[in-house]
Design a protein around this ligand. Structure first.
Ligand SMILES: *Cc1c(COP(=O)(O)O)cnc(C)c1O
Ligand code: SF4
Length: 471
């Protein structure tokens, strides 16, 4: 069938013989150069960074070299990029870092993906290096731990919000630190702005989590996040996996890691870690329990030839990988970029699962977009590729309502930027509010938000309208 036809040219292949009538295309042919999702960055692209000029492929692909050379201070970044960035940028970043809720940690791989001659617009720079000149003041309704993960935790580092699934946080470090992290209450080092709740790797704490999970037969699905599973030593990863698989009620597990997006080479060179993951997946398979990897790509630039090789290794081992993105202003908040990301993920056998409307996190107001933007992009992405590779756009309802389909609001006022969600299966009878960033509202509405009495009026009106509609 389809195999005999070259899908790019729609010319009959010789195998059909000369006497076959040519196929008349019903859709105009596509210019192959428009298939940008297949066009991955290859070659020693890192060598354009002054400090990496002499770094060969073997060193660059070595995950311990990546970890050791990760950037955590402005001075190290300056040594690395030298004169590449425009004047004033480094000072701007230095001031930005002083005001940030997250500490900085960026892998050489990510540093190499950044266009340092135009750092203000670069999607990786935006995600990992704050600059003061682009910061915006917080929406009055923002708060750390806006998702109430700590309030829904029966024991430290285990959040039980949904009936049949729980979120287990074995540790609080990551291979990189993202500015927009939802868990800025816990992840990374204390900063000038935030003192964190620490969740160190600790077998006693882990055991209490297993005990709780085993005591709740309705719990079937465990998300192992953090922090980041990339930071677990191979042996710990295997132990955690096996301990959870041994609990009879556990049927599904996902290891969550940003690793493939920010340090894909670990999957090529840290054999102990990849083997430990493979062992847990295979053990799960013999028990008919589903063990998968969830990762976090946000921009198509993050998928290179190295990523393709790394994920190919997992694919060969039958390890299912899904992706959760965050919708971020300047990073992926256009139809074109999001469609390219989704198609490129499909190309490297990663299933796009969720796109989150940015959580209401302090200190990163410049990164948020509106619910309206999410709904608009979703409409355009749907239909551009296989349905099973099409992500669901969700709002993780502040206050612990859980993930809601972005377009399933009970009420949404685009003028005030207030959306109201119900979560009948999670917190019946409650309503949850999300607030669009102020910079997208009219100056009139911004002035209303500056007045606490007006804030109350807007919120009360939205809740009343939602109550009227909710069923
Ligand atoms: C996201 C999340 C889960 C998993 O939810 P899915 O919709 O199944 O991906 C579980 N627990 C908590 C607290 C979460 O935030
Ligand atoms: S990798 Fe995930 S948990 Fe870690 S800082 Fe980034 S968003 Fe937060």
């Amino acid at each position: 069938m389809g195999k005999a036809i070259d899908h790019m040219s729609s010319q009959p292949l010789p195998i059909l013989g000369a006497d076959v009538t040519p196929i008349v295309p019903k859709k105009p042919a596509i210019d192959p150069s428009s298939l940008k999702h297949k066009d991955l960055r290859r070659g020693p692209f890192w060598q354009k960074i002054p400090a990496y000029r002499g770094v060969d492929e073997a060193a660059f692909l070595d995950h311990s070299w990546q970890a050791k050379n990760s950037i955590t201070k402005v001075s190290k970044l300056v040594e690395t990029i030298q004169e590449l960035a425009p004047p004033g940028f480094v000072e701007d970043m230095e001031k930005g870092m002083k005001r940030a809720p997250m500490s900085v940690r960026v892998s050489p791989y990510l540093v190499s993906l950044i266009d340092w001659e135009h750092p203000y617009e670069d999607p990786e720079r935006i995600q990992f290096f704050p600059v003061e000149s682009r910061l915006l003041s917080d929406h009055p309704k923002l708060g750390l731990d806006s998702l109430h993960e700590q309030a829904d935790a029966p024991t430290p580092g285990l959040t039980h919000r949904y009936t049949d699934k729980a979120l287990f946080l074995p540790l609080d470090t990551c291979p990189v630190y993202c500015r927009f992290c939802t868990r800025s209450y816990a992840i990374g080092l204390d900063t000038d702005e935030v003192e964190k709740v620490h969740l160190r790797p600790n077998e006693e704490r882990w055991k209490r989590a297993y005990q709780y999970i085993a005591s709740r037969p309705e719990l079937e699905d465990i998300v192992i996040s953090g922090g980041d599973a990339y930071q677990l030593r191979a042996q710990n990863l295997a132990e955690i996996g096996e301990a959870l698989l041994a609990i009879p009620n556990v049927r599904r597990m996902r290891f969550a890691t940003k690793g493939p997006a920010v340090m894909p080479m670990k999957l090529l060179t840290d054999d102990a870690w990849v083997d430990a993951l493979t062992r847990v997946v295979e053990k799960g398979r013999t028990l008919h329990k589903d063990v998968v990897l969830h990762t976090h790509f946000n921009n198509p630039n993050e998928i290179t030839g190295i990523t393709e090789a790394a994920l190919g290794r997992l694919f060969e081992r039958g390890i299912v990988v899904r992706n959760q993105s965050v919708l971020i202003r300047g990073v992926n908040d256009s139809v074109e970029t999001m469609t390219l990301l989704v198609k490129r993920l499909g190309h490297v056998n990663v299933h796009p699962y969720y796109v989150y409307v940015h959580d209401m996190v302090q200190g990163v107001e410049d990164l948020r977009t509106s619910v309206d933007t999410a709904i608009h992009i979703e409409k355009h992405v749907r239909g551009s590729t296989a349905g099973f590779n099409t992500p669901t756009f969700v709002v993780d309802a502040p206050g612990g309502g859980g993930k809601r389909d972005a377009h399933s609001y009970e009420y949404y006022d685009r003028d005030t930027g207030i959306s109201v969600y119900a979560a009948p299966s999670v917190k019946p009878g409650q309503l949850f509010l999300y607030f669009d960033p102020m910079h997208q509202l009219s100056t009139h509405q911004q002035r209303r938000w500056a007045d606490p009495r007006e804030q109350q009026v807007m919120v009360d009106d939205a809740l009343a309208a939602a109550r009227h509609r909710a069923r």
